[in-house]
Design a protein around this ligand. Structure first.
Ligand code: FAD
Ligand code: 2HG
Ligand code: ZN
Length: 467
């Protein structure tokens, strides 16, 4: 029996995709990389995933796991060899159990993030992970990249939201680690190794995740600021005033929201005069609307008096709050439409962010005149999307010529500021060659030993994270 027929015996013929049906799975979200594969398979249960992996392991066939295919680092795209099987998790989309007393939910890994948020809401809880791709990204992809997003400041990233995992290992055996425990010091933490491993150590099939109380009220404000220093000063003040009630603090260069408005004119900008920087601030309150607003107004009033804020709008209702967030969440799409760009998902300590931006912007101006700086990100986490784009003076051809030099300039700067070259998107294939530049040889060697221990045949997402 042929290899593809064996796969079809496991998952059913209609769940083995080839030819035109395979095409959408071969290219990444940004159209930056296209690979090739024997087929895509869509298993419908953990047992089917295990059987598929056993077949692939037996034949030495690479397995590239794909959830929503929203990776921004080429993590879910196969290489050009055409040997791989793409394992698509879309049919693993069940909510297995909600345990209200334990405040946990157990779901399969192909569940779309937004569907999980809704299920939690319907059960009277909050699942706080929130990102612009939430309508299509999956829990498995969120786990495999240790996704962050806009609520990390208060609730942490995906690792911090996870209690247990179920994983199919490289030999096709199932590890059931679906524990709902907040305390469990029984040896090495396999769960935390699989989280963030980008499909290179195992295939996550289910997870037990933490749930939180729904806040009684939320308050959102957009601020106009003249400098990053002021944005950091407001953050400092907000942290002191709100403590854990501060759930989001996002920074955006004026050019980013101009681009959103340019691409989507129905999205109105909040200020008559265009600010150099915007900040989007959100608090969640357990008491209620009036209490939240009172706290908000008091803190923003102090900030005005201190000269940190030039202007502010506080959302009057949920729709206005949604509109402000929608501006923020549309930046990635606008940048994709308006320019060719290079993404740098970096983090540096918050205390050094203003200096990092000033120095790196100046270096870009000197070395690449005309390159468009369009920085935004999760300032509260020290995570910037230090993205740069083409302009009339810096064309697509200039960018293609200088791609590596720009990448190195920004990553070297993040490294020099004690930062990271990937805060939340992962390494995938786009950053794999950057690893030896910034990771100590000892760290890389330990990582390689882990990879060999978990996947001795190197069949799980080869060429990603490590070479
Ligand atoms: P995929 O893209 O399908 O896969 C991502 C990686 O995970 C690949 O290496 C893949 O092999 C692996 N993988 C997928 N499923 C599994 C599984 N079940 N088991 C093992 N490995 C698996 N990221 C953030 O952190 N914060 C953001 O704010 C954010 N915003 C985004 C906004 C937009 C518009 C877009 C396009 C992306 C954004 N991302 C963000 C990046 C991306 O969406 C997230 O990393 C998301 O978590 C990926 O989920 P996915 O299901 O699409 O995974
Ligand atoms: C976000 O914060 C995402 O919106 C995407 O992480 C970042 O487009 C980007 O570079
Ligand atoms: Zn982000």
């Amino acid at each position: 029996m042929s290899f593809l027929s064996s796969l079809a015996e496991v998952v059913g013929q209609k769940n083995v995709l080839t030819g035109e049906e395979l095409a959408p799975y071969l290219t990444d979200w940004r159209n930056m990389a296209t690979g090739a594969a024997q087929c895509a398979v869509k298993p419908g249960s953990t047992e089917e995933v295990a059987a598929v992996v056993k077949l692939c392991a037996g034949a030495g066939v690479p397995v590239v796991t794909q959830g929503g295919n929203t990776s921004l680092v080429g993590g879910a795209t196969p290489d050009a060899s055409g040997n791989a099987v793409i394992l698509v998790t879309a049919r693993l989309n069940k909510i297995r159990v909600i345990d209200p007393d334990n405040a946990t939910i157990t779901v399969e890994s192909g569940l779309i993030l937004q569907n999980l948020q809704e299920a939690a809401r319907n059960a009277g809880f909050l699942f706080p992970l929130s990102l612009a791709a939430e309508g299509s990204c999956t829990i498995g992809g969120n786990l495999a990249t240790n996704a962050g997003g806009t609520q990390v400041l208060r609730y942490g990233n995906m690792r911090e939201l996870t209690l247990g995992l179920e994983v199919v290992c490289a030999d096709g055996e199932i590890w059931n680690g679906l524990r709902g425990l907040r305390k469990d010091n029984t040896g090495y933490d396999l769960r935390d190794l699989f989280i963030g491993s980008e499909g290179t150590l195992g295939i996550i099939t289910a997870a037990t995740l933490k749930l939180f109380p729904q806040p009684a009220a939320k308050c959102t404000a957009m601020l106009a600021l003249s400098s990053v220093e002021n944005a950091v000063a407001v953050l400092r003040r907000a942290r002191k005033a709100f403590d854990t009630a501060l759930t989001g603090y996002e920074l955006m260069a004026g050019v980013c929201l101009d681009m959103v408005h340019g691409c989507f004119p129905q999205q109105k900008l909040p200020f008559a005069e265009k600010p150099v920087w915007y900040a989007l601030l959100e608090i969640s309150d357990s008491e209620g609307e009036e209490h939240a607003r009172g706290m908000f107004e008091a803190m923003l009033g102090e900030s005005f008096e201190a000269g940190e804020i030039d202007d502010a709008v506080i959302a009057e209702n949920i729709q206005q709050s949604k509109d402000l967030w929608h501006l923020r969440e549309s930046i990635t799409l606008a940048q994709a439409q308006a320019v060719k760009s290079i993404k740098h998902d970096i983090s540096v300590p918050v205390s050094r962010i203003a200096d990092f931006i000033a120095t790196t912007d100046a270096a870009c101006r000197t070395r690449f005149p005309g390159l468009l700086n369009m920085t935004f990100g999760h300032l509260g986490d020290g995570n910037l999307h230090y993205n740069v784009g083409t302009s009339e003076r810096f064309t697509a051809a200039d960018m293609a010529r200088d791609y590596d030099a720009i990448y190195n300039l920004v990553h070297d700067a993040a490294h020099a500021y004690a930062g990271s070259i990937s805060a939340e998107h992962g390494i995938g294939s786009f950053k794999v060659d950057e690893m030896p530049r910034y990771k100590a040889p000892r760290e890389l060697e330990l990582m390689r030993r882990i990879k060999v221990a978990f996947d001795p045949g190197n069949i799980l997402n080869p060429g990603k994270v490590l070479r």
